[in-house]
Design a protein around this ligand. Structure first.
Ligand code: HEM
Length: 251
């Protein structure tokens, strides 16, 4: 009886020890697992940090390791993503004027033919002090065609085809009959209008297709805005560039 009890107690003791050592083994392997998970997380974070620094360095052309570059590419700007997925923005001319580079933190916008482009990547040209700063914060379509950067900072294109029309000269023009001259003038006007159209289109295409710039929206104007403006006159330098009609016998 006593012998059996002793054996049972021994067996129990053995079981207890086995359980204890199993528990210790489990704890050790849990600790090992936790340690290796922590190490994995550290490795991933280190990799992400180094990759981010490298990417920032490459994208900023060596300017910054920490995404702190001055001239961020368009895809790193919230406005670009907003314009891409949030649809185009609509700004009145007054609102557009706030994006002319004077307000810190705001992107640089300009408009051509009513379409607004983000030209922040052309800071050295359109920013304050830049050679084309006068285009920033406004739609100066007329100046893009006329080249008159002081008088023509307006979207009003009325009458601009005149810059491509020949100057009337009684002596030269006397070689045409009145009816012929009427027809000739209609043809000249059509050609001049097409040149103005193409001149403006050139710049719209330029900004639309430039990898540096991004179309962001449109200028919102009140109805009848054009008629409310004073009729523009042809700027001085464009007027001076006009030539007489080519004589009939030389056409
Ligand atoms: C109708 C006449 C003109 C218009 C509308 C015009 C417009 C422009 C615009 C919008 C840009 C900026 C392009 C960009 O964003 O990359 C530019 C750049 C430039 N333009 Fe003109 N331009 C005209 C005439 C001229 C003339 C006559 C000259 C030379 C005498 C000239 C010299 C330049 C130069 C050197 C640049 C580069 C500026 C820089 O990188 O800082 N442009 N032009």
């Amino acid at each position: 009886m006593a012998d059996t009890e002793l054996r049972q107690r021994k067996a129990k003791d053995n079981d207890g020890k086995a359980n204890e050592s199993a528990k210790v083994r489990t704890r050790t392997s849990e600790d090992d697992n936790l340690g290796s998970i922590r190490l994995d997380i550290l490795r991933v974070l280190t990799f992400l940090f180094v990759a981010s620094c490298g990417l920032s360095y490459v994208i900023s052309s060596g300017e910054s390791f920490f995404w702190g570059m001055h001239n961020k590419p368009y895809y790193l700007k919230p406005e670009w993503w907003k314009a891409k997925f949030g649809g185009p923005i609509y700004l009145t001319p007054d609102e557009l004027s706030q994006y002319n580079g004077y307000e810190e933190g705001k992107p640089l916008y300009l408009a051509v033919n009513g379409t607004i482009f983000d030209v922040s990547n052309g800071l050295h040209m359109y920013g304050v002090g830049g050679s084309y700063h006068f285009f920033a914060g406004r739609d100066a379509s007329r100046a893009y065609v006329s080249g008159c950067f002081e008088e023509d900072l307006t979207p009003d294109m009325r009458g601009l085809e005149e810059m491509y029309l020949p100057i009337d000269d009684p002596e030269t023009d006397s070689k045409w009959t009145t009816a012929e001259m009427k027809e000739l003038k209609e043809q000249e006007l059509a050609e001049a209008s097409e040149r103005v159209y193409n001149g403006l289109k050139h710049w719209v295409d330029f900004f639309t297709n430039s990898p540096k710039y991004q179309m962001v929206g449109y200028v919102k104007r009140e109805e009848g805005w054009l008629e409310k403006l004073p009729t523009p006159v042809l700027c001085k330098s464009a007027q001076q560039k006009r030539k007489k009609r080519v004589p009939r016998d030389q056409q």
